[in-house]
Design a binder for this molecule. Structure first.
Ligand SMILES: NC(=O)c1ccc[n+]([C@@H]2O[C@H](COP(=O)([O-])OP(=O)(O)OC[C@H]3O[C@@H](n4cnc5c(N)ncnc54)[C@H](OP(=O)(O)O)[C@@H]3O)[C@@H](O)[C@H]2O)c1
Length: 372
């Protein structure tokens, strides 16, 4: 008995020491967390870019920074348009807080540049680049897209923009279009004739998803609010559920695939409207104001456990932007099968207003930044 007490005492002591150490390491890492804001000198060849030295929308500034120079494998793209995603406000706010510990920056953002999705004109290429040339009109994704120039790697998320697609439309594709495509084609494995439900059908991802699900031959149900019913119908949805009047999880209908862009229903409610072999694909959820420590990741982790106990496949998907899928989306736009929906456009200096609008969680399609 005495021995057991001593062992317990030692274990408790060891746990307390470890906790204290973890706290000290976290505390030091927090105060050492910094970025290049204090080290910046006046640019010799300037370009305009949105930067933020501290978390929070109020800290976004449009400033002159050093113009980018492409490496041997990169393109220098003069940005004509960029688009805003919830992804951007996650970085601006540093939420959910767990992402700060995952390398985004504990006290201050490590990378002070913002934006991902862009479309523009190639101004120069590195010496190893054979896929693109000066003058090409391209679109894709690269960190720091809220700026006059970006330098994507030629083999990564960049593709030629179809001539019949505007820069604004092309800039809206990368994150939202690729997420919709990969969620439905790869994770949902949508087959012609299957019933597909898209929760959050009127947002950035949803407006692409409705059109992509239709082109995969599915019978599509979109869920949105009253003011967006006509929009979702016009994108090709066979059925539209107005969530202000009807809760789709209470319906008798069963779906082969559910793409959940909102995450506002429990996993068991969603499972209840899936067919026995149905698939539930969660891509995100939670508003800018309710991220807390884990945000939508909490539900994603729960889905890993939950899916072990049910027949249906239920889980989260993270999109992987790449050249091939951008080319597929470009072809769909060129042939008229896919038309980006643009809600509003803002100028580069209005990026904070644009992000504030997307943070409200009711964008209709995409919010685009025009860059002069
Ligand atoms: N996993 C990934 O790789 C990945 C990639 C992209 C995005 N995401 C995440 O996916 C989510 C959606 O992204 P997004 O770009 O589509 O966002 P978004 O453009 O901000 O979507 C907003 C849309 O959500 C709809 N909505 C709000 N509440 C709803 C409700 N209760 N039921 C149905 N619809 C509702 C709104 O429609 P109403 O105005 O009609 O309410 C609005 O159209 C975000 O959480 C984002 O972070 C994840």
């Amino acid at each position: 008995m005495k021995l057991l007490k001593r062992v317990l005492k030692w274990i408790t002591g060891a746990i307390l020491v470890l906790l204290l150490l973890a706290f000290l390491v976290g505390f030091i890492a927090y105060w050492r967390s910094t970025n290049d804001c204090e080290r910046t000198t006046a640019p010799t060849s300037p370009m305009k870019a949105i930067v933020y030295c501290d978390y929070g929308l109020a800290n976004l500034k449009l400033v002159d920074v050093e113009k980018l120079t492409p490496t041997d494998d990169q393109l220098l793209v003069r940005v004509r348009a960029a688009s805003v995603n919830p992804y951007d406000w996650h970085f601006v706010e540093g939420t959910p807080y767990v992402v700060r510990a995952m390398g985004v920056g504990l006290r201050k953002p490590k990378d002070t540049h913002l934006g991902v999705d862009f479309a523009g004109t190639v101004e120069a290429v590195g010496k190893n680049v054979t896929q693109f040339k000066s003058g090409d009109e391209v679109f894709g994704g690269r960190g720091g897209a809220f700026a006059q120039y970006v330098c994507p790697r030629a083999t990564r998320a960049v593709a030629l923009k179809p001539a019949n697609v505007s820069f604004e439309e092309a800039a809206s594709v990368n994150i939202a279009g690729i997420t919709a495509l990969q969620a439905l084609r790869d994770k949902g494995k949508v087959q012609p004739g299957q019933k597909v439900l898209i929760n959050g059908a009127s947002g950035g991802v949803g407006t692409f998803a409705v059109q992509i699900a239709k082109s995969l031959g599915a019978d599509v149900t979109g869920v949105c609010s009253t003011r967006n019913v006509d929009l979702v119908k016009s994108l090709g949805a066979d059925h539209v559920i107005d969530y202000t009047k009807e809760d789709f999880t209470k319906s008798a209908e069963r779906y082969d695939v559910m793409l959940d862009n909102v995450g506002n229903h429990s996993l068991s409610e969603c499972k209840g409207v899936l067919t026995p072999a149905g698939k539930y694909v969660l891509i995100g959820g939670g508003g800018a104001g309710d991220q807390g420590f884990l945000g939508g990741l909490g539900k994603a982790l729960w889905a890993v456990v939950f899916s072990k106990f049910v027949n249906q496949q239920m889980g989260m998907m993270m999109a992987d932007a790449n050249h091939n899928d951008l080319t597929i989306l470009a072809d769909m736009m060129q042939s008229g099968k896919l038309k980006p929906v643009i809600d509003r456009t803002y100028k580069l200096e209005q990026v904070p207003d644009a992000i504030r609008y997307v943070e409200q969680g009711h964008a209709r399609g995409k919010v685009v930044i025009t860059v002069e």
